[in-house]
Design a protein around this ligand. Sequence first.
Ligand code: 2AM
Ligand code: CA
Length: 266
Amino acid sequence: MEHIFSLLPDFLSAVRRTGNFIRQENGKVTLGQIEQKSLNNLVSYVDKTAEKMLVQDLGPLLPEAVFLTEEQTVRQLDGDLRWIIDPLDGTTNFLHGIPLFSISVALARKGKIVIGIVYDIMQDAMYHACLGKGAFCNGQPIHVSKQKDMGQALLVTGFPYGKNESILKKYIDVFSHLTIHTRGVRRLGSAAIDLAYVAQGRFDGFYEYGLNAWDVAAGTLIVREAGGRVTDFRLGGDFVFGAELIASNHHLHFELQTTIKDVFLK
Ligand code: 2AM
Ligand code: CA
């Protein structure tokens, strides 16, 4: 494992190089270059090129590692050592010129996330964590907030995609309850950034339903290494592939989970 951790500077350089490319393309994508993969699920040449760049740079650094990537520009395999990558998280923001989009790169070893990197491109903020070694933003240690009072907490979420009205209705019920009982609930549009900001103490908690592993794998390790807690809606550990996620500063976790469970799982 130490051998893998010693390659961190190279991993970060690869992510930064791809981030520079995405920043350069910001504002250049034309309507004709946008494809719709499914309802409201957009992609352009930027997502695909960014993914190819990451695969090209990361591949040779760890030849035994395989890839799970959102745009599937490389063969998708399962293996002991696996990169889990979203080359551009927050594509809708990117395409609309809203400066909140990121790169999310995680490395899993035997199913456990051991490295997480989230690059908040327009803020030039590089978040990373190695299992057991703390969380960092641009090399400086970061920690979750100390907030214990839900009434003073600032939360962040994303709305579920697709047309399942019963899920959406439950979601709005949770949203409405939390809006009344907290300082507010934000909706930024990049799950990886949401998690990085929880790790940094900007938000006190995050929850979302229906995300994919590549959106959250890196950010969840960063939150945990920053002292936070991450679970699924039942307080279990199935949050990377399980599509249900609550991340918090630890103190507010149970209260947040109870609200979500009471409304969402009833
Ligand atoms: P993306 O930009 O990589 O697609 C916002 O709440 C989060 O949901 C982002 O991480 C975004 O990732 C993801 N997202 C956007 N469209 C989605 C869709 N149609 N289905 C599932 N997740 C989506
Ligand atoms: Ca993406």
